[in-house]
Design a protein. Sequence first.
Length: 265
Amino acid sequence: MSTVVWALVVLGSLGLVFGVLLAVAGKIFAVEKDPKEAAVRAAVAGANCGACGYPGCDGYAAAVIRGEAPVNSCVPGGQAAAEKIASIMGVEAGGSERYVAFVRCSGTAGHTKEKFSYEGPSSCLAASRLGGGSGANVCTAGCMGFGDCVAACQFDAMHIVDGIAKVNRKKCVGCMKCAEACPKKLITKVPYGATDIVACNSTEKGAAVRKFCDFGCIGCGLCKKECPVDAITVENNLAVIDQSKCIHCGHCSDICPRHIIRDKR
């Protein structure tokens, strides 16, 4: 028998021996999984979005079994998933407030100015690397409208409407993958029931904002002065509403001269 054949026989035999040894070792050292882990994994939404703070649904299920994660952290699954997991674990689900994404921009097509005509890749990230980070837009904080957030959304809750990103609240699960994809960091998380939210992200002074956007916040402070519960402040020329204080009266939305406090009632 030739040397080559002998070498193949030896290698094949070694492979068989090592394969058997690995199989035996796998059974001997196998870690028994709690059957509840599979049940928890089946109860979650299965989006693998990471909104729970763990690396995917498997990671979250394992953390729940170890007692490291609460039963109501599956954002896409919401209260229904929380109740299923709580039943498996023999604990109370507790209430969980629903949150959704909100795009802090009102600069729709035709109401903002551009520095130049952009003809590059249809990507917010790529465009943001031009023109000092603002792309073609004069506004350095507004939505660029190329849809990186839309591509990141797994739930068809984000779309480009009239040149800027819009969130469908009914479909949004609050995973905030859209916020991670936005190079301008203008997508924030708000309570599902929030009715008055400032749809602007610019901190430029009022005079500058008037030059490049028909709707941007000018920091006039009228909403702050008129708020009956002191829920509004003006920080860096931008109105900010404390949702924990807001009583959803809609007065700020009615009196805003720039019409950017979006009343969602």
